[in-house]
Ligand binder design. Structure first.
Ligand code: BDR
Ligand code: CA
Length: 339
């Protein structure tokens, strides 16, 4: 049964999704902007395997680890997953403003726990993340969905540097934010907290957005029972994923939080491939980019009275519900199809 986001405002019922949906017959072109990252690694696997999606490019951003590590991890993961032909380019080292935030205590110093994946034969595209995204958008016959699953620095730079390409962006399906509690602080989720200025640019861009935040991703949990299921799979990719998960389970257990891990980033990718996995509701979301205690908070309002009174339009879908068991089954299915 679908679980309900813990922090859902009482007045917000589920509403029909706005995000486009790929099908096996007509795969949705997507670009992933990421900071791999344990859960980013699983999200990239989803994009490679699901026939409803066509992964055009992967760009890196400094976030969970130093951007150099994130770029290298993206290249290595794509090669491991048999998708070495997907172009990769490196993006911003750190945020548009404010201090450099890292999550190496969660993801390890290199971003992939203690796992070393064999080096990639291919190098990152020297033009850089923002130029690669722009070139890919310009070259695409149909509009593309951006899937940012790290801090929003590169996406903000893209929006500001290439405004004429906005019509080529059909949607931004991002992992970040929360209308409830945060994780980096009580107020803010990591990807938004790491660059609130960039997040503000993205949320104010007028582009259609789905915010896959902690409200839903805290229900996309894998626990130790998944390891047995992954062990039964033949590929090296599943073995690597098991190692990444074990690293996270051990850390989380050591912190007294139970042997489980929220696979945040995979939810943003799967929402574009599976019609009824994630339940959403329309919200008006603004980002707090001040220096105060709510820095990085995504303030979501779905109260019809206030929205009307203040003449505010809803500007994004917010993910609220997910079928947790189905999510785990999908992850096993995805890794069963990888080398
Ligand atoms: C987000 O922060 C990162 O640590 C994860 O990769 C995910 O994108 C969750 O808050
Ligand atoms: Ca991430």
């Amino acid at each position: 049964m679908a679980s309900v986001g813990l922090f859902r405002l009482p007045e917000a019922g589920l509403t029909p999704r706005v995000a486009p949906l790929g099908t096996a017959k007509k795969p949705l072109p997507i670009i992933i902007d990421c900071d791999p990252g344990l859960d980013d690694a699983l999200a990239i696997a989803c994009a490679v395997v699901r026939p409803e999606l066509k992964l055009l490019a992967v760009t890196s951003v400094g976030g969970n680890a130093d951007v150099r590590h994130c770029t290298e991890n993206a290249l290595r993961l794509l090669q491991l997953y048999g998708a070495a032909d997907v172009p990769v380019a490196e993006g911003a080292v750190g945020p548009l403003s404010g201090p450099l935030e890292r999550a190496t205590e969660i993801h390890g110093a290199t971003g992939l726990g203690s796992t070393t994946i064999p080096a990639a034969a291919r190098k990152a595209d020297p033009e850089g993340a923002v130029a690669l995204m722009a070139r890919t958008l310009a070259a695409s016959a149909e509009p593309v969905v951006l899937v940012p699953i790290g801090p929003l620095t590169n996406i903000a730079l893209l929006i500001r540097s290439y405004p004429h390409l906005a019509p080529k962006i059909s949607h931004i399906c991002l992992m970040g934010g929360s209308v409830g509690e945060g994780n980096s602080s009580a107020s803010a989720e990591f990807n938004i907290y790491a660059d609130p200025t960039a997040a503000e640019i993205v949320f104010n861009s007028g582009l259609p957005i789905t915010m896959i935040g902690l409200d839903v991703t805290h229900h996309a949990i894998l626990d130790r029972s998944i390891l047995e299921r992954f062990a039964a799979l033949p590929g090296t990719s599943a073995k690597v994923a098991s190692e990444l998960l074990k690293f996270s389970f051990d850390r989380s257990a050591a912190w007294g939080q139970g042997e489980k891990m929220a696979i945040h980033d995979a939810v943003a990718v799967l929402h574009l491939a599976i019609p009824d996995l994630v339940g959403v509701s329309r919200y008006h979301v603004v980002v707090d980019s001040t220096q105060g205690p709510a820095r990085g908070r995504t303030i979501g309002d779905a109260n019809p009275y206030r929205l009307k009174r203040d003449k505010l339009e809803s500007n994004c879908d917010v993910g609220l519900t997910i079928d947790s068991k189905r999510f785990a089954d999908e992850m096993v299915d995805i890794y069963s199809k990888l080398p």
